[in-house]
Design a protein around this ligand. Structure first.
Ligand code: NAP
Length: 438
């Protein structure tokens, strides 16, 4: 029997994810060798502090602070340091040395992905990043490989566990955003500085990656329209609930034709109302899910843990085995195709249904005035509900009006809302939110 080849694996970073990857590489060495056709030998682990306590007991001699030297001698490099530098320089160096690279670094891919992909193409090696979107969920490989014979028309993703936890908490307990965020922080679902999550930036980085693979075109972070969840109030959630909806922060990439007949892709992240019977509405807590609509496959849903050391390590190991198999068989294989050349459309091109909350005077004829104004702007109303409130102290009555429209363009809706604000019977526009899945 011929001796099995050994492939040297350099690990950069030994934090939440890296430590679990190192553990699995050591504990499951025989199984990984059997699946790969080569022994995957962990040649070293680069960290900042070699003496820092670790979640996993690992051989001390593997640790080094000299990441550059470690990378030079590796067949496969796993980057799990996070951040832009030195991760970027180390990945570029690994690729140009002919090593295949596995990373989970969505921030780097969103900021400078094209430079990395070009270097991988030039060197004829594989750069894979399944862990960068939705943690453990196998989603990039199904889009890139399994659906490569189909045409994806739309992707809707819950790709940020922190915001899903917060919105779910608000939905189940009636909590305000600030209280739900504090609870997420207490339970470790949100970081001390939650900006990247609650402002939608983390989801936007993932939306750019999902859109790029789904539409065979490289979309950058600048192509993604991004709105976070900080302005979603407890009353928005309660009103949505009463009308049969749930509010989710969605990463959306969909093929559209704009008003001038120009075809393109709208890539966006924003809080969205979903009907409670939509499969994504059932995604609770910090879980992630991606819902795909394709011309031939129809609707597909991928669900699972979007973060956590061990679940994310599963995605990293999958990429590693795949890259190692290709090294054993020869040839890097294709990582992605970018022959689509589809333009990114601005948010104005997107049409969705809208939910609008209005605080109105309780007078006869108000509903008719508002309905007429919507009709004049070409926005048709699907549902209109009115609730009367009486202030206990002043005894003054006010009415709350909730409207769900049929699909309308962003521009038509904005013009309608502006016009509505000008009506004398309107006290205030309390919310304007997009609705998907109806
Ligand atoms: P982490 O816990 O912060 O660990 C980072 C590791 O990198 C630490 O071991 C640190 O060394 C090392 N490191 C950082 N800067 C370094 C430098 N300049 N030189 C050498 N080593 C350096 O990070 P993580 O949560 O495991 O995340 C790693 C990557 O996976 C990130 O890109 C993240 O976005 C991505 N990801 C994470 C998750 C998740 O659930 N955590 C999910 C999906 C994707 P020391 O230990 O010595 O400080």
């Amino acid at each position: 029997m011929t001796e099995m080849r050994t492939l040297k694996v350099a690990l950069l970073g030994c934090g939440n994810v890296g430590a679990q990857v190192a553990r699995i590489l050591i504990e499951d060495a025989d199984a990984l060798a059997a699946r790969t056709g080569a022994r995957l030998q962990l040649s070293g682990i680069a960290v900042r502090n070699v003496n820092a306590p670790r979640d996993v007991d690992l051989p001390q001699e593997l640790f080094t602070t000299d990441a550059e030297t470690l990378v030079k001698d590796a067949d496969l490099v796993i980057e799990l340091m996070g951040g832009i530098e030195p991760a970027r320089t180390l990945i570029l160096s690994a690729l140009s040395n002919g090593a295949c690279v596995v990373t989970g670094n969505k921030a780097l891919l969103a900021q400078d992905g094209p430079t990395l992909y070009e270097e991988a193409d030039k060197a004829g090696v594989q750069l894979s990043y399944e862990a960068a979107v939705a943690g453990a969920i196998p989603i990039l490989r199904p889009i890139r490989d399994s659906l490569s014979g189909d045409r994806i028309t739309r992707v809707l993703g819950i790709v940020n566990g922190t915001t899903n936890f917060i919105l779910d908490q608000m939905d189940t307990t009636g909590a305000q955003f600030a209280d739900a965020l504090a609870e997420a922080q207490r339970l470790g679902y949100a970081e001390a500085d939650p900006t990247a999550d609650v402002q939608g930036h983390d989801a936007a980085a993932k939306a750019a990656i999902l859109a790029s693979l789904s539409f065979h075109t490289r979309f950058a972070l600048d192509d993604v329209h991004c709105e976070g969840i900080t302005s979603v109030s407890a009353s928005d959630i309660a009103a949505a609930k009463e009308a049969g909806f749930v509010i989710k922060l969605l990463a959306i990439a969909e093929k559209l034709t704009d008003a001038n007949g120009k075809e393109g892709v709208s890539v966006r992240v924003h809080p969205t109302l979903l009907p409670r019977e939509h499969p994504l509405a059932a995604v609770r807590g910090a879980f992630n899910a991606v819902f795909i609509e394709a011309e031939n496959a129809g609707e597909l849903m991928f669900y699972g843990q979007g973060a956590g050391g061990t679940p994310t390590a599963s995605a990293v190991l999958g990429d590693l085995v795949s890259a190692a198999r290709r090294l054993v068989l020869g040839g890097p294989g294709r990582t992605e195709t970018t022959t689509g050349h589809v333009p990114a459309l601005p948010i104005d091109a997107a049409t969705t249904s809208y939910y609008i909350g209005l605080d109105v005077a309780d007078q006869p004829g108000v509903l008719a005035k508002i309905a007429q104004l919507f009709a004049e702007h070409g926005v048709s109303i699907e549902i209109m509900r009115q609730t009367i409130h009486r202030d206990a102290e002043s005894n003054v009555e006010s009415a709350e009006l909730r409207i769900v429209t049929h699909r309308a363009s962003e521009a038509a809706l904005a013009a309608t809302v502006e016009a509505v604000k000008g009506l004398d019977v309107i006290n205030s526009v309390t919310s304007v939110l997009r609705v998907e899945g109806v």
